[in-house]
Design a protein around this ligand. Structure first.
Ligand code: 4NP
Length: 161
């Protein structure tokens, strides 16, 4: 059976989407589902292609047990519409950028990742705030939001397996 595939998208692919990649992959691994679910991430901007995640993202993720130093930034590509069942973006600008690509005929789920948030504390968040120009709190919030949305995303995907 083909794997269910999930692509996380942000702007630079060095802060938010690699964090989502690492957190969701960790949940998939812990539940023994790595042979059934494929996870990847990418960016809509090309500045950081080939680079490892931002050291601040890595540090905050590692403090919660998520390893992400193996990830490398890449650019979103039209071929991703053929490869992924879910394309989940971090903010509305990411969504507009992906929708401006060759996505006609895409039959998967393209949308905001935080639509999957279920914690009432986070219902005001439609977007994962970009932590790049901010301080520690921003990186911690990114992890809080992503952990919550990942839990529900995995619950929904498991219903399809
Ligand atoms: P990300 O954060 O989209 O969460 O990876 C950013 C990283 C880099 C830049 C902007 C946002 N930048 O302008 O270089």
């Amino acid at each position: 059976m083909a794997k269910i595939s999930v692509l996380f998208v942000c702007l630079g692919n060095i802060c938010r989407s690699p964090t989502a990649h690492a957190v969701f992959q960790s949940m998939v691994d812990k539940q023994g589902l790595a042979d059934q679910i494929f996870v990847d991430s990418c960016g809509t901007g090309d500045w950081h292609i080939g680079r490892a995640p931002d050291p601040r993202s890595q540090e905050h993720a590692l403090a919660r047990g998520y390893q992400m130093d193996n990830l490398r930034a890449r650019l979103v590509d039209d071929s991703d519409f053929d490869k992924f069942d879910y394309i989940l973006v971090m903010d509305k600008q990411n969504l507009a950028d992906v929708q401006s690509m060759n996505c006609q005929g895409y039959t998967g789920k393209l949308g905001l990742f935080l639509d999957f948030c279920r914690n009432p504390n986070y219902t005001d968040f439609l977007e994962v705030p970009d932590p790049y120009y901010g301080g520690d709190q921003g990186f911690s919030l990114v992890l809080d939001l992503i952990e919550d949305a990942s839990t529900e995303l995995l619950r929904q995907i498991k219903e399809r397996l």
